[in-house]
Design a protein around this ligand. Structure first.
Ligand code: SAM
Ligand code: SF4
Length: 487
């Protein structure tokens, strides 16, 4: 099966546009093959795997959780840090050993590693049959048949328009209560540490009507919470004029013709008062007061904002090209507290040991954390990524030991803050959307409050998908514990 470069089917843009037809032609073949999908990285990737599954379901593929019985194994990959790529590589070696026993299976790489490593994976290491970038999933049926014909296949063309708006995702590993809806793709910010703009392409927003329809459909199927997903949701902008390509052109149009994020949020909130709405991720430079007031107006828009700071020092933020300062960030936090009060959950992403960051600048991150009192944070050591602005311009001069030490200090600070914040929730009644049994016992249920905190309480007669009012009486830094009360 291993082929040289001349046998690799590289798909042109024209062919890429023809795949919708191909799907409908093939959808009635009735063949039932098994698809095994594994996803890594951010929630967008998990959401994309649901789109991929939907596209392949039309080709007669059923999903399986047992890779041994799969005809097609797809791994949806993440490039954000080196460690994420190493994890994927280990999995590929594992799939390859399976392929030695079952040479008829097809192994494919999807997502962010596709563009970066396509030639390495296909030509040098020859460990996959198929490489498909995040904007080329409609082409999968065509690419899979090329592999069936004995070629290797690759399509990593990035698009300025693709939003998969018309594709109804097949929900994978779903609890039947909460679901993700992708509202935009790509990213136009050029944070100097980040590969996303290179791996996922330019920012584009999805038709709001298709988003509202997806939310209504989920509500009718029994789901009670949707999370609107994008790399930078506050910069969502959609214009009915389909001639306009990308955010840059849309921004030149009269404001009145544009649907912005606050307006989209309101449209989704109006689907039903019992449908909770969350969103992620917010960029501090784009989070508007209009969004905050929209959140305040609608009880069903959860009072929780993921607002990654990355660093608490303005010089480091400038080097990161985050386009805001520490003072700007603090002003946005003050605005959140002013409009939504202390109970609004706030979380962050933090990077420890970015290029040239000094000990004092690291302490600015800790002091910012103290100021904001985050409920939760995702915390990382800086990992230099090939092709990024930081890799080209700056020296990755902090040793691994320094990065580790700073990361541990950030983690320790966050644990203290999470406990402080959770203690503020004691002796209060929280409206909890029940997601299922608690991890530890089938006598207890677990769900989340509006601020995105996990709440555990005795089951009684409550069921998954219902709301319960829970009086919280105990907590750890990760969980609120209590009992349901009648209200
Ligand atoms: N778009 C989101 C934002 O700007 O907040 C985040 C997207 S990224 C998938 C998630 C997080 O990964 C970032 O917020 C950042 O903290 C972290 N990250 C990205 N590149 C990184 C790198 N090279 N090293 C360490 N962490 C990184
Ligand atoms: Fe990466 Fe910055 Fe875009 Fe987030 S906003 S995806 S960190 S470039």
């Amino acid at each position: 099966m291993n082929k040289g470069i001349s046998d690799i089917a590289v798909i042109s843009e024209k062919e890429n546009n023809n795949t919708a037809e191909l799907i409908s032609k093939k959808s009635n073949t009735g063949k039932s093959k098994k698809l095994y999908v594994e996803s890594y990285g951010c929630q967008m990737n998990f959401s994309d795997s649901e789109i991929v599954t939907s596209i392949l379901a039309k080709e007669g593929y059923d999903t399986t959780s047992d890779m041994e019985e799969a005809d097609l194994i797809l791994i949806n990959t993440c490039s954000i840090r080196d460690r994420a790529e190493q994890t994927v590589r280990k999995r590929l070696i594992h799939f390859n050993s399976l392929k030695k026993r079952k040479p008829e299976i097809t192994v494919g790489v999807l997502g962010c590693m596709a563009e970066r490593l396509k030639s390495k994976l296909l030509e040098e290491e020859k460990i996959v049959d198929l490489v498909v970038g995040p904007d080329a999933y409609r082409d999968l049926p065509n690419l899979v048949s090329q592999v069936d014909e004995g070629h290797k296949a690759v399509n990593t063309i990035l698009s300025r328009e693709e939003t998969y708006a018309d594709i109804s995702p097949v929900r994978l590993n779903s609890n039947g209560v909460t679901a993700f809806i992708s509202i935009m793709r790509g990213c136009d910010n050029m944070c100097s540490f980040c590969v996303v703009p290179f791996t996922r392409g330019r920012e584009r927003s999805r038709d709001p009507l298709s988003i509202v329809n997806e939310a209504s459909d989920l509500f009718e199927k029994g789901y009670r919470e949707v999370t609107l997903l994008g790399q930078n949701v506050d910069s969502y902008k959609w214009s009915p004029n389909q001639e306009l390509k990308g955010k840059a052109q849309i921004e030149k149009v009269n404001e009145q013709e544009i649907v912005n994020f606050a307006q989209l949020l309101e449209k989704v909130a109006l689907v039903h008062p019992d449908l909770r709405v969350r969103f992620s991720t917010s960029h501090p430079k784009d989070l508007t007061n209009e969004v905050l007031y929209t959140m305040k107006r609608h009880e069903n828009i959860c009072k929780y904002i993921h607002l990654p700071a990355q660093s608490g020092n303005s010089r480091v933020l400038e080097m990161m090209n985050r386009t805001y300062t520490r003072d700007w960030y603090i002003e946005r936090i003050n605005a959140i507290r002013e409009v939504l009060g202390d109970e609004c959950g706030i979380s962050s992403d933090m990077i420890a040991g970015f290029c040239t960051e000094t000990e004092e600048e690291h302490h600015d991150t800790i002091s910012l954390m103290d100021y904001v009192q985050y409920d939760f944070s995702y915390m990382f050591m800086y990992s230099e990524r090939p092709g990024t602005l930081a890799e080209k311009k700056y020296e990755d001069n902090n040793s691994n030991e320094v990065k580790k030490k700073r990361l541990n200090e950030i983690i320790e600070k966050q644990q203290q803050l999470s406990l402080i914040r959770n203690k503020m929730d004691l002796n209060k009644v929280h409206k909890v959307l029940i997601e299922g049994f608690s991890k530890r016992s089938d006598d207890h249920l677990q769900g989340r409050n509006s601020a995105n905190k996990v709440v555990v309480f005795p089951k009684e007669n409550y069921k998954k998908g219902q709301y319960a009012n829970v009086l919280v009486t105990e907590c750890t830094s990760a969980t609120l514990i209590g009992a349901a009360v009648n209200q």
